[in-house]
Ligand binder design. Structure first.
Ligand SMILES: [Zn+2]
Ligand SMILES: [Zn+2]
Length: 489
């Protein structure tokens, strides 16, 4: 009530009818309960009476703990009222203070959510059905609406959170709030004013529930941040992932798309991936999360209803915020499971609610034993011929990304002038590509050159150069500058 107060001159008896009229206009006609929070020490008896006459409960909280009390009451309400139900929060604190935990709660148990505030805020991870300016909300009732006589429930109408005291009349409430006992408790410095985030202690790896145990798993893998480690057989990636999923009870078909700058990834790795049914998509580093997101959005649009598990393999520290927000908002709308794997543990817990998390390197170690080596778990996906996509070009193939079944044809595309032009638009230069393509040509041909093979065998014990990083930093720096443009495209 402090941040979103009743405007001056506005009859407090119109608050409930206005909200109800607005809900009705949106097609909601269920029973509405309203609680108004805030420091009520200055609220007049008249205003209290007006609110209570329409069945609005009034709660006194210290200003610095209003948000915490509202939130804990809301969590308690969720515990007693299973969906479907609509909850509405009228506060300016939702995005800054409440959205992290509420986003996670909503991914587990979704309620229809309405938000209203007096100050508009930027898009957050929460996915409400309606967002409104509080004042606009209040304009919905006409005179007929606000003279309705409400049947008041016997539930308490006035409550002091500082003292856990409830009053039945505005006079009693006022008397309590101006009393010395209340005064002492209201300024108690030991009272916690922090919002209690209930999802903070939730575990990270859950065994599969029956509906997800055999459901499909779709993996988006960022190879820039989570590359195939040096010396690791690319054919082991799929069995490693599938073995890790199986350990948690997930045995559904797995489809994997790996996003990387394929000009810098040697043929034997690409062939290794595609031979195990892993699709490979070419993109530049600066655009990879955007391209992954577009793919994810397409997947959602292509009618993939739950149950299904989505997995994202990427960097734990620099996971793009827009990507996370879009993903979180989608996951609140659709009940999909989420797995994540990171190159390093994130600095802070994400608002994305996962059913399982791994470190990339430990995930790859799952199939370390011979037993899993080249074992195929999801036959239907891994037997399917893998596809090489160019996610940079969008000019042919009827508004689709060019795709190839054959690696040589794909390489021809990547070295074509048309493709180079598209990349040039992102990087503004041909330079690094030309240098690297020469180097790569050497490394590609080396795999089929017996002399080079012998040389490789002889130098096997020596430290090898990193497969994807060579000559990359120059390009990286350049693309990093372009990142913003690409992201806002
Ligand atoms: Zn009190
Ligand atoms: Zn291309």
């Amino acid at each position: 009530m402090v941040e979103c107060p009743i405007p001056e001159g506005f009859d407090a008896r119109r608050v409930r009818p206005s909200l109800e009229a607005a809900f009705k206009k949106l097609g909601y006609s269920g029973p509405v309960s309203i609680t108004a929070y805030g420091d009520q020490t200055q609220t007049s008896v008249d205003l209290l009476r007006c609110l209570s006459s329409t069945g609005v409960a009034v709660v006194h909280t210290r200003s610095d703990s209003t948000c915490a009390h509202m939130y804990s009451d809301m969590v308690e309400w969720r515990g007693h009222n299973p969906p479907p139900a609509t909850m509405m929060i009228i506060s300016n604190q939702v995005n800054d203070v409440l959205s992290w935990d509420l986003t996670r709660l909503q991914q587990r148990t979704r309620y229809n959510l309405f938000l209203a505030y007096s100050i508009e805020s930027p898009m957050s991870s929460l996915s409400p059905s309606i967002e409104w300016l509080f004042e606009k909300f209040l304009g919905y009732a006409d005179e007929n609406d606000w003279h309705i006589q409400y049947e008041l429930s016997s539930a308490m109408l006035y409550y002091c959170k500082s003292c856990n005291f409830d009053a039945q009349s505005p006079q009693d409430f006022r008397k309590h709030l101006s009393g010395s006992k209340h005064g002492e408790r209201d300024i108690d410095p030991t009272t916690s004013t922090e919002v209690h985030y209930v999802t903070k202690m939730w575990g990270r790896n859950y065994p599969a529930t029956p509906e997800y145990a055999t459901a499909k798993i779709v993996v988006w893998w960022d190879m820039f941040d989570c590359p195939i480690p040096e010396g690791y057989d690319a054919r082991r990636v799929r069995p490693s992932l599938e073995a890790a999923f199986k350990n948690l009870g997930y045995s559904g078909p797995v489809s994997i798309t790996a996003f990387g700058d394929l000009k810098h990834i040697p043929d034997h790795l690409l062939r290794g991936l595609s031979s195990t049914g892993v699709d490979v998509a070419h993109t530049l580093k600066a655009c990879r999360q955007q391209r992954m997101l577009i793919d994810l959005e397409d997947w959602w649009l292509e009618s993939n209803p739950p149950p299904a598990t989505i997995m994202v393999i990427t960097d734990g520290h620099h996971f793009d915020e827009i990507f996370s927000i879009c993903l979180a908002r989608r996951l609140q709308k659709h009940k999909h499971n989420l797995f994540m794997a990171y190159s390093c543990r994130p600095w802070k817990m994400s608002f994305l609610l996962t059913s399982a998390e791994w470190l990339w390197e430990s995930l790859l170690a799952v199939s370390d034993t011979r037993r899993h080596f080249l074992h195929r778990c999801s036959e239907s996906e891994s037997d399917r011929a893998a596809v090489f996509y160019c996610k940079m070009c969008f000019f042919d193939c009827d508004c689709e990304y060019p795709d190839y079944k054959n690696l040589d044809d794909f390489r021809t595309h990547l070295s074509s002038e048309k493709h180079a032009e598209v990349e040039y638009r992102f990087t503004g230069t041909f330079g690094p590509f030309q240098n690297n393509s020469k180097e790569l040509k050497r490394s590609h041909s080396a795999q089929y050159d017996p002399e080079a093979k012998r040389l490789r065998e002889a130098t096997k014990s020596k430290p090898m150069r990193k497969p994807f990083r060579t000559g990359f930093s120059l390009l990286d720096n350049h693309l990093r500058r372009k990142f913003q443009t690409c992201k806002n495209e």
